[in-house]
Structure formats: structure tokens, C-alpha cells
Design a protein around this ligand. Structure first.
Ligand code: IFM
Length: 451
């Protein structure tokens, strides 16, 4: 497979990199910020692999000019970041948004624009104000209204400069990792609750799209889903049916209602009494037309039947023949092409952006602090080629954001997993572009044929 050149992609194709507030900002209690569910969850013994938290993270709250310089130095067109809701409404709701919180993001956005970076703002990348969690969090329908108010407030203040808005990042993770598996904040283990949360997230997405459009006419709005190609572990009927169920809850549970089809009937049947309570008008709100679909692609899942298992009774088994990242995720670039062409065939979204793709490897800095991460470079090159194949197959793919600009706080894994194009020495906060970052820079400048 030859590595594509930037010029192989259509004119105007947006290249970018992504981050999120809790994973990089730090300054957990500065600038008037309220407590988030992640601030609280990290205090739970055993919740985070290395016992750490995002309290300091990459100290981006103070070092953002240097970080935006790094993004500019890469030569990306766009920078995807997220806004910490508790910086804007420390208690989740309120008469007025925090002037200090808005001023921080206003400076950040101005910093992007002066560096020629198109700002892409995500409204919810998992840091719910703890005050709202005390009132039931995403299980409480009032949180949907609070989210719409928050979305309106930030779009009102930043919408003159931010033209691309993402409502939720990976609602599957919020719902199921946070409320069923209990490995993400708020750490609940209740399948039925997770499904209800998921429904509220989707309704709140539609409401937030409307709020953003009302506050910032002409803005483009969409949602980012973590999607996975699903393969059955065997040709046997039980595994085939399990794969169908798993695809139902992982992918179609989101894609179908967002595209006006309601929840998939086969999944509703599999869920039985666990299915969420849906009120009149909810499905229409979820189906609020979007300007684009954001897709985060990391890996496919191979699925076996798990009779008597929790939830929809499926289990993920190793994907045959696939090498693994340091996180144990199978490396399958062709899965990206398969996923994108499937989304296009089945849903025909107006535009698609890969809002995250990247990989974690065991980076080892040399004596000079430089990381020669050839594996990440190969990973990216292969996935860029897979994206190009999707474009050539007719997918309206308009951009690709690499996860991530910086090594950062990887949720339950703490600082043990590094996804950055830039190495961060957390003791000194020194940043240093990795070999993969240098390769990406060459690719973006189309300076020389990529190896
Ligand atoms: O770090 C996360 C990000 O917050 C959401 N998408 C997946 C990334 C890697 O796990």
C-alpha cells in the first residue's frame, strides 16, 4: 500500500488534531471552575490505574499559547478542543455564564484564529458539572435543558468566531462506560440506567444543535460517535446473531435515531424491559438535521455470543491476525474504509469528518528526550490511506483529526497511555514533537513523499 500525499485528498479537505478539556487543561479549581464528575471520580480509590487525575494534566490552561504554537507548527488547518461545562456554569446552571470561563475560551479561540487554525469546539467531552450529577446527572431530564442553556451561552459568546460545533463526543462511552461498566465517571453499574442516559444524551444533542443554531446563525453543528466495524467470531448462528446485536447497540442505536429512523427494532426486542423510556417528541428532537457526522475510528470488534451474560449478552474476542497497540486495540486500517463506506451506504450523511483517529504505543524517549515512534507513524500512514480509499469510494469525507496533539490524561488509564504527536514530560511539562509529529508535519506541508 502506498502512503498517500496530502494532495491526493480533495481540495479543502481539513486536517487537524484533537484534544479535550479534562485531558489537558488542568487548573481544576482555577478560573472559577466548578467541580466536574471526573474531578470527583478520580478521587475514588482504584478508579484510575495510576491513581492520578486531570487536576494538572498538561497544564494547558496556562500553557495554551505554546500548545497552539505546536499545532500551528504542524501545519494543521483545524484544531478540535472541548469546552469544560463547569468553567462556564460551575453549578451546571445559572442566570449568567462565568465571565472568567468564557474569557478563557475566548482567548483560546482568538489564539487559534491568529495562528490560522480553524476552531472546532466540542460541547461535551465528559466533564459534567458535579452539581448536576448530585441531581441525577444524565438520568435526569432536566440535565438536557441545562445542556441546551450551556450550549446557547457558549455559542452566543464564541459563535462569531467558532463555526464548527460538536455537541457530544462518543455518547456510547458516556452512557455505557460511565453508567454500565462503571469504569468512567460517574462510575455507575446499571445497564438500564445506561440506556436511559444514552437516550437523554441523544435528545440533548438535538436540542443543543438547535441552541447553537439559534445563538450562532450559519454555524455548522454535528455529533461525534465512536463507531466500530463489527465482525462475528464464527460463522455459527449464535455468534452471527450476537454480532448483529452488538452492531445494533454499538452503531445503529445511535445512527438510526439520528437519521430519523427511531431505535432499531431488533435491539429494542433484545433489550426488552431495559429499553429506555421515550417521551412524545423525543425521537424528532434526536433527528434534528445536522450539518455533519463526526466519526471516531480506532478499531473493529470481533464478537462472540455470551449466553447469560450481562446487557445484550455479547463479548469481544481477539480480532484474528491483527497486531495490537499498547492499549491492546487491534490495528486494522481497512476497518476505517469499511466503516465509512457502510455509514455512507446506509445513512448518507451530508458530510463526514473523522474527528479522532490515533494510537497509543509504548513511547520511550531517548537520552535527549526524543521519541522515535515509528509504529505510530506507520499507523497514521496506513489510516490516511484507508481514509483516501473511502473518499475514492464516494464517502463525503471532509476532514481528519488526529488524536491527539499532546500526550494527555487517558481517563481510567491515567497517564499510562500516550496518544500524542507531541511527547509531554509530565514532571517538567516539557513538550517535544515525536517522530510521528514530524512525519505529519512533512505530510501536511507535502514537502517530500511520505516514506
Ligand atoms: O482519549 C480518548 C478520547 O477522549 C475519546 N476518544 C478515544 C480517545 C483514546 O482513548
Amino acid at each position: 500500500m502506498t502512503t498517500p500525499d496530502r494532495h491526493d485528498f480533495p481540495p479543502g479537505f481539513a486536517w487537524g488534531c484533537s484534544t479535550s478539556s479534562y485531558q489537558i487543561e488542568g487548573a481544576a479549581r482555577e478560573g472559577g471552575k466548578g467541580e466536574s464528575i471526573w474531578d470527583r471520580f478520580c478521587q475514588r480509590p482504584g478508579a484510575i490505574r495510576d491513581g492520578s487525575s486531570g487536576a494538572t494534566a498538561c497544564d494547558h490552561y496556562h500553557r495554551w499559547p505554546e500548545d497552539l504554537d505546536l499545532a500551528q507548527g504542524l501545519g494543521v488547518d483545524a484544531y478540535r478542543f472541548s469546552i469544560a461545562w463547569p468553567r462556564i456554569f460551575p453549578d451546571g446552571v445559572g442566570e449568567r455564564p462565568s465571565a472568567e470561563g468564557l474569557a478563557f475560551y475566548s482567548r483560546l479561540v482568538d489564539g487559534m484564529l491568529t495562528r490560522g487554525l480553524q476552531p472546532w469546539a466540542t460541547l461535551y467531552h465528559w466533564d459534567l458539572p458535579q452539581a448536576l450529577q448530585e441531581r441525577g446527572g444524565w438520568l435526569n431530564r432536566d440535565t438536557m435543558a441545562a445542556f441546551a442553556d450551556y450550549a446557547h451561552a457558549v455559542a452566543h459568546h464564541l459563535g462569531d468566531r467558532v463555526k464548527h460545533w460538536i455537541t457530544h463526543n462518543e455518547p456510547w462511552c458516556t452512557a455505557f462506560l460511565g453508567h454500565h461498566e462503571g469504569v468512567h465517571a460517574p462510575g455507575l453499574r446499571d445497564f438500564r440506567a445506561a440506556l436511559q442516559v444514552c437516550h437523554h444524551l441523544l435528545v440533548s444533542h438535538g436540542d443543543a444543535v438547535a441552541a447553537v443554531r439559534a445563538a450562532a446563525p450559519g454555524a455548522q453543528a454535528g455529533i461525534t460517535l465512536s463507531l466500530h466495524p463489527i465482525r462475528a467470531a464464527s460463522a455459527g448462528p449464535a455468534d452471527q446473531a450476537a454480532a448483529q446485536r452488538h452492531d445494533g447497540l454499538r452503531n445503529r442505536w445511535f445512527l438510526d435515531p439520528l437519521h430519523g429512523r427511531g431505535y432499531p427494532a431488533d435491539v429494542l426486542a433484545a433489550l426488552g424491559d431495559d429499553a429506555p423510556r421515550v417521551e412524545a417528541g423525543d425521537l424528532a428532537r434526536i433527528a434534528t438535521p445536522c450539518d455533519f457526522l463526526g466519526v471516531n475510528y480506532y478499531f473493529p470488534e470481533t464478537i462472540a455470543d455470551a449466553p447469560g451474560g450481562e446487557g445484550i449478552a455479547t463479548r469481544v474476542v481477539p480480532t484474528p491476525g491483527a497486531p495490537l497497540t499498547a492499549f491492546g486495540w487491534p490495528i486494522v486500517p481497512e476497518g476505517m474504509t469499511e466503516l465509512l463506506t457502510r455509514v455512507q451506504r446506509d445513512y448518507r450523511p451530508a458530510a463526514v469528518y473523522l474527528t479522532e483517529n490515533g494510537a497509543c504505543f509504548d513511547d520511550v524517549p531517548d537520552a535527549d528526550g526524543f521519541v522515535q515512534d515509528d509504529a505510530r507513524q506507520r499507523f497514521l500512514a496506513a489510516h490516511f490511506a484507508a481514509a483516501l480509499r473511502a473518499v475514492r469510494a464516494g464517502v463525503p469525507l471532509k476532514g481528519y483529526f488526529v488524536w491527539s496533539l499532546l500526550d494527555n490524561f487517558e481517563w481510567a488509564e491515567g497517564y499510562t497511555r500516550r496518544f500524542g504527536l507531541t511527547h509531554v514530560d509530565y514532571a517538567t511539562q516539557r513538550r517535544r514533537l515525536k517522530a510521528s509529529g514530524e512525519w505529519f508535519r512533512h505530510f501536511l506541508r507535502a514537502e517530500s513523499p511520505a516514506p
